[in-house]
Design a protein around this ligand. Sequence first.
Ligand SMILES: [Zn+2]
Length: 299
Amino acid sequence: MTKEQDCNSRNIPLPIQREVRQRCGFGCVICGMPLYEYEHMEEWANVKRHVAEEITLLCDQHHREKTGGLLPKEVVREANSNPFNLREGVSKPYSLHFSGKTAEIEIGGNSFTCEDLGYGTAMVPVSVDGTPLIGLIMADGHFLLNLVIFDEFNAPVLHIKNNQLYYTTEPWDIQLVGTRLAVREAHRKILIEIDFQPPNKVVINRGRFLRNGVEILVRPNNILVTNNATLIRGCRAHNCHGGLIVGHHEQRIGCFMALVSLPRYLGDRSEALKFERESMAEFKANKSSNADGSSAADS
Ligand SMILES: [Zn+2]
């Protein structure tokens, strides 16, 4: 690592990030949005240092307004001294807080739970070849969201690191309405949809994950790995930190489904999609024909 890489505006040490998050009420100081960027209130070019008191939190929109000169520095300073999420009498956006001894993650109708082992306990719903594509970390009574989205060419196009919008190449639309977080591509297609269900549950309803020639589609009731038409539904695991773990991982993660070897980069996915459609229709038909009988077969 060179000296310049050593100290840039982005690599704020984690303890300083934690201090800033707590001081700013875990959200943009202007509007409270819990996904944000760390903003140096002093011009970075002048100070080139990371001091917690000189750093504040701004969401993507307010960050852009500040950069574009629409949001005066003084307004940011004022908000920093009285962060939105710490003000009284205003209705605040959900700040991804959680409480309880265990946390549960549901993804595509499958779920896993684990105990909160203290600051930094991590849950990894989807990981491929050692890269967690989505992860949630428990910290100070809040979930920190980690998300990396790769495109078809295996290049990262969106990276959220501990709730920080770290790296994006496209104009993404990231919206939190109530407790529902949706990330859309510019042309409005939902790429991932996460519902935070306080106090301790996170539900991933939709998502498309690509990595190293693997395609994972998350639907409300199932997960489909299109490479070999692996259809995953109804898995339940307890006391583990992982969901769907694909490929080789140096650090083993307990999970509800591990797919160690998979064919990669298969071009035609229409057979897998057809299989999914037919199977899910069959499950649905079975479910409704059992609806007035006993549910014993369900266990
Ligand atoms: Zn904001």
